[in-house]
Design a protein around this ligand. Sequence first.
Ligand code: C2E
Ligand code: MG
Ligand code: MG
Length: 574
Amino acid sequence: MLNFASLQPPLSITGLDDLPDAIVVIDQHGQPLLCNQQATQILAGYFPSLWQVDATSTHRVLDRYHSPLSAEQLPLQRIVAGATLNNEEFVLIQNDSSKKRWIALSGGPCTGSIKAAGILSIRDVTVFKQEETRLQRQAFLDELTGLANRNAFIARVNAGLAQAQPADSMALLFIDLDRFKDVNDNLGHQVGNELLSQLGERLQHQIQPETSLVARLGGDEFAVLMEHITSQDDAIAMAECLQAIIAQPFQLQQHEIYIDACIGIALGARHYGHAEDWLCDADTAMYQVKAIPDRHWFVFDSSLQVQQSQRLQAEMELRRALDNGELRLHYQPIVTISTQAIIGFEALVRWQHPDRGLLMPGEFIGTAEATGLIIPLGWWVLEEACRQMQVWTQAYPDTAHFTVSVNMSSKQFSQKNLVQRVSKTLAQTGFDPRRLKLEITEGVLIDHSESIIDVLEQLRAMGIRLAVDDFGTGYSSLSYLHRFPFDSLKIDRSFIDNADQDYEKLEILQSVVRLAWNLGLDVVAEGVETQRHYAQLKALRCESGQGYLFSKPLPPDAIEAILVKDLELDLPAD
Ligand code: C2E
Ligand code: MG
Ligand code: MG
């Protein structure tokens, strides 16, 4: 019977004690033939467990993941069987977990000696491992909130996915704060950080740590994993509860701050291969929340995925269109109603799509707005319109008084350098600012309210003219016309259409024209399609008009054909 209780080899060579590592030579039964001092210290009590599984032993050897080893996996067995180990890590642990030590073991079989079957060197790496664990913990912790960070969250979700049974239901909640940027911008980063930290505590307090994990993914994004839910209602209840605690005021350095959150929920378990895919779906659902006013949460469904991939595709194509110069401008003449003379054009964007032909703005402006691409698109339109007008001015001096109207999107007004950019474009193209009209819909005024007045005043000070576009389709608040410095009013075609038959419409049209006059605004009627419209506008003494009756929007060469013919449109008979 072999004695495994301690490491007491028959031989000892003193020189070996000077080596930094523990050295052991074993026979084919895993018995120590030779060892140094270090080996006795490191392996005392554990040596038998390196060779055989003994349920009664108080000392055990585990693999680096703390899993028990079968007999064939034990290091000495492997060496005797002929394997070579290269710095393989093992954990030496007492059953009551009171002591734990990490070792790195190298070794292999011995040849040439009848008795020695293998030699191994062992290094105690406990200190390194403790430091590694500390660093790892740090790498998995969000410093600001003390919550799990993105890495930790992904790791836990992946582990949850790997262990999930077919019947298990889990939920992932993606939380994004609204207006957090405003807090940072207006009150400073310190207040912003304090808010995130307080929010972290609130969220942590709300979940059950045994079955849920809350993490800060970065910025103002948080996520919650619920590992066991019975139905989607549990996840919704959690989302509502989190929303309610987020909506409670935050007391931050004398400021009482209210914020809101959008929460995307993705249910699932086994059908997700990876945590990132699952998070992506919850993120998609979160964006859906943002699109619906007064909504705080949304549960992902796969049709959203289709929508999102279509959106991404459209965005990619539009980006390419901008890079490859696939955008075009068409110009629609604006005429003086009384004289029928052209006084300018409205520049309208088109997309010469390589596969789908010429696309109208209705097919891509929405994508451009949603993705922010409307900003580069808008600048391109402005530059191109000014450039083209300058070319025509030089080629056809009679057009030197023509104006060009350019549509401006609300997003463009979020740009801080808007005025400088417009001014630079005018300077670069040499186009006279007094011939530029910027068309703005009421939506822009609503989005930016007071902050826009200053910008509009600056544009106007440069000589640029400003028009309210599509008047009558939005809020049609007449107070806007007083408050904002406009020069023109473009009446939407829905007002013009049928005005001759619909008495009420006619009344409104009449009073809008009169009001515009009183405010010193000139009026442009949009969508003049028929002789009847034309006659009506003449009777109302509306100054100018734009519509298919005069001309459709035309590409530059077709406009040139008109300019060559002495500015004559095939206008209707008087
Ligand atoms: P909008 O600024 O109100 O432009 C007038 C729209 O009415 C144009 O449509 C024009 O083709 C159409 N139209 C003109 N006369 C008639 C008519 O007699 N009957 C009818 N049924 N329609 C008429 P389009 O070119 O499809 O543009 C639609 C909208 O897309 C524009 O409405 C504008 O809001 C937007 N848009 C066009 N170009 C740009 C651009 O460069 N930037 C921005 N932000 N928006 C643009
Ligand atoms: Mg317009
Ligand atoms: Mg319009």
